[in-house]
Ligand binder design. Structure first.
Ligand code: HEC
Ligand code: HEC
Length: 297
């Protein structure tokens, strides 16, 4: 699985959130993180003040994960992972609420991220989604953090399922664990040997599978005011100019088209052959202004 797709495609396709704009926002968020780190280190020996932030933070799994999370992530994602950190107000894109929102950048067909999917987000950031990279973290730190945020997601399932009184505590635990256990990730295959990217084939597949939402020419004007699965408005991406947050490399686009973007209306494409998905990958890149033979992000 490619891990290098996010050698930041910044600015290549994205006129909206590039350069100084992003830097300003990240800098602003960094100030927020700094404030939080200072606050937290001031009360590090007082576990009661951490409990005051949100008692549910304490139920999360490891103290190492806790420390890493509070120092690097809580400013945006909130002390207990509910997407409500102090720096979140500075961001145009909401930081994920790990308890209640699905993860979006996945390589599985059940919409549950693998720890590699999460690690990729944590390591490289989703700059176009206003989530910064964390290059200073060790591989082990990243793994611990991936487990830590997935545990928030599991606790979210426990919280929601516990509302159903007909379910025993054991059932709740079992179903919640199941909801954070991904299927095997898809393997991004090589196109078959006789595959040739073709604008005509790509275009006709695009018209069938994508144009109803992304619009006939990819400008994101096919579907009016779509909602995410929590009933909040999402924008259909303008493929000709909006940044691709999950990564614009052919491999990442293959995963996005095959697996969909969970939690948003963008569906997984289960019925297409691998070569058909490849045609769509190259057609999407053509809409983005990438010549059809070019494979770099
Ligand atoms: C400056 C604010 C900020 C900081 C700091 C931050 N994030 Fe995020 N994070 C975001 C935003 C905004 C999103 C939503 C991005 C999107 O939708 O494209 C996000 C999304 C995510 C996702 C969801 C990816 C997916 O597949 O949907 C994960 C996981 C995540 N962050 C983990 C972390 C971890 C772990 C840390 C600490 C190492 C961290 N974040 C630090 C802002 C931040
Ligand atoms: C039912 C509506 C719908 C259909 C059909 C649909 N999309 Fe999307 N697509 C969306 C929405 C909504 C988003 C924005 C998701 C978000 O906010 O993260 C999106 C996002 C994307 C992205 C950006 C993902 C990222 O990493 O940021 C790409 C690329 C994309 N779609 C391509 C396609 C292609 C190619 C097809 C056809 C195979 C398709 N979409 C079909 C609604 C749709």
């Amino acid at each position: 699985m490619s891990r290098n797709h996010l050698r930041s495609p910044c600015c290549e396709g994205g006129r909206k959130v590039c350069g100084p704009y992003v830097l300003r926002r990240v800098a602003f968020a960094a100030v927020g993180i700094g404030v939080l780190v200072v606050l937290l280190s001031a009360c590090q020996n007082d576990s009661r003040s951490i409990a005051l932030l949100d008692s549910s933070a304490i139920t999360a799994p490891s103290s190492r994960g806790y420390a890493l999370y509070q120092a690097n992530c809580a400013a945006c994602h909130g002390a207990s992972g509910r997407g409500n950190g102090v720096a979140a107000i500075a961001l145009e894109i909401r930081p994920r609420d790990f308890w209640n929102e699905p993860f979006r950048y996945v390589s599985t067909l059940d919409g549950i991220p693998t720890s590699d999917d999460l690690a990729q987000t944590i390591r490289s950031g989703r700059l176009h989604g206003e989530m910064p990279a964390s290059p200073w973290l060790s591989d082990e730190d990243v793994r611990v953090l991936a487990e830590y945020v997935l545990e928030f997601n599991r606790l979210g399932w426990v919280e929601r399922l516990s509302g159903d009184e007909s379910m025993s505590a054991a059932d709740v635990e079992e179903i919640a664990s199941d909801r954070v256990t991904p299927l095997e990730p898809i393997v991004v295959p090589m196109p078959s040997p006789d595959f040739r990217p073709s604008s005509e084939v790509g275009r006709s597949l695009y018209v069938q599978a994508c144009a109803s939402c992304h619009g006939p020419s990819g400008r994101g004007n096919g579907l009016n005011m779509p909602l995410d699965d929590r009933g909040r408005q999402v924008m259909v991406r303008d493929l000709t100019s909006d940044p691709i947050r999950g990564g614009a490399s052919p491999t990442e686009l293959f995963k996005r088209i095959r697996c969909g973007v969970p939690g948003t209306p963008m569906p997984a494409q289960l019925a297409l052959t691998d070569d058909q998905v490849w045609h769509l990958v190259f057609y999407t890149r053509q809409l983005m202004g990438r010549p059809i033979g070019q494979t770099s992000p």
